[in-house]
Ligand binder design. Structure first.
Ligand code: WQD
Length: 343
């Protein structure tokens, strides 16, 4: 059984990926410092797959700590690196925290990989690296524009670090996955998105408003150059996204590609506006979402959606779930949190 290290493994996208890795027959070791996630996520994973992943509470900034984990698990063959700070707004106010946490951690992993014969790293990147694309849908060879936030800049810098390390013939491969907007929860409602405090992202705010936790949703602007004036994004089901990571890891470990570095956009290829998403949520769940239009949010780009043909063709991966079904899964998760007295 191939063993994989998943950093940030108790986080939202990572926990769904751990489930799919286990479903595919991988053994998973999680390292997480629990700074933005809860250890109960391990219970959820175990309830879904019947297998509790090994867990080490550790900050990846602690390189000797990571070395100790790799020494205890010399059969780790691959890494999926999720651990990072990811709040766009917060990064504007705490840039040094973001540069240290998001960049030093990657360098620590890349430096240790050759020592332990780790063949490949899948890196969690973001469509944020494109900024506002000139051409839509956006392909992987679209120009990388100056980042609009330190968070987005750390993703760009991380991609360059990986590119330069591989160009310097370091003995490993990498697949960079640029996520569009991950949403939804596992169909069992055993795991899902659990933001700390007031949600920054749209969908958890929608579900908390629908649950009555929030009074109303603020729609950040309806004066954009889009059909209904609100911003457009490519919302992708988190389980579909997780499955792409397993395919990417298989591809690297089985040597299916002659390339040492590959980049893929992971999106549905369908743009959905904020107002369309609200209506789709209401249609799918039958629950109203009170909202008001307010001013634009600084740093928001107007519209972005993926051209997923490269991932579709080369990885043989396609996003399957509709936005409506995905929003229903997010609502089912919110209801489960209420049943469990968590929110
Ligand atoms: C989506 C749309 C908002 C909240 C960011 C990062 C990206 C990834 C996902 C980490 C926008 C609007 C939102 C609200 C609103 N993060 N909105 N009211 O900004 O596209 O992407 O989060 O991996 O890298 O850039 O996602 O969910 O914050 O916003 O109107 O209360 O919803 O203006 O148009 P975003 P989001």
């Amino acid at each position: 059984m191939k063993k994989i290290l998943v950093t940030g493994g108790t986080g939202y996208i990572a926990s769904h990926t751990v489930v799919e890795l286990q479903n595919a027959g991988y053994e998973v070791i999680i390292i997480d410092n629990l700074s933005n996630s809860n250890i109960e996520v391990l219970d959820g994973i175990e309830k879904i797959t019947g297998v509790r992943p090994a867990f080490v509470e550790l900050d990846i900034n602690d390189r000797e700590g990571v070395r100790n984990v790799l020494e205890s698990h010399p059969d780790i063959k691959g890494i999926i690196h999720f651990a990072a700070s990811k709040a766009v707004g917060e990064s504007v106010y705490k840039p040094l925290l973001y540069y240290r946490n998001n960049i030093v951690t990657l360098i620590n992993l890349l430096e240790l990989m050759p020592e332990f014969g780790i063949d490949g790293i899948v890196f969690s990147s973001s469509c944020t690296v494109y900024g506002q694309p000139d051409i839509l849908p956006v392909t992987e060879d679209a120009p990388i524009k100056p980042a609009l936030s330190p968070y987005g800049n750390t993703k760009q810098i991380n991609e360059e670090i990986i590119r330069d390390a591989i160009h310097a013939d370091m003995p490993f491969k990498s697949i960079i996955l640029r996520y569009f907007n991950p949403i939804g929860a596992h169909p069992t409602a055993e795991i899902g998105e659990l933001p700390n405090g007031v949600p920054q992202n749209l969908v958890p705010f929608v579900t908390q408003t629908a649950m009555g936790i929030r009074k109303e949703l603020s729609v950040f602007g309806d004066d954009y150059d889009t059909p209904d004036g609100s911003c457009i994004r490519d919302y992708i089901n988190v389980v579909d996204l997780a499955k792409a990571h397993v395919i990417a890891m298989d591809r690297m470990l089985e040597g299916k590609s002659a390339e040492k570095l590959e980049v893929f956009n992971l999106g549905t290829g369908i743009g959905v506006s904020v107002l369309e998403l609200i209506r789709t949520f209401e249609k799918g769940t039958g629950v109203k979402v009170p909202y008001k239009i307010v001013g634009r949010r600084e740093g928001d780009i107007e519209k972005v959606w993926a051209n997923p043909e490269h991932a579709n063709g080369v990885l043989g991966w396609t996003a399957k779930e509709t936005v409506e079904d995905t929003l229903v899964s997010a609502w089912n998760w919110q209801k489960r949190l209420r049943e469990r007295g968590i929110q």
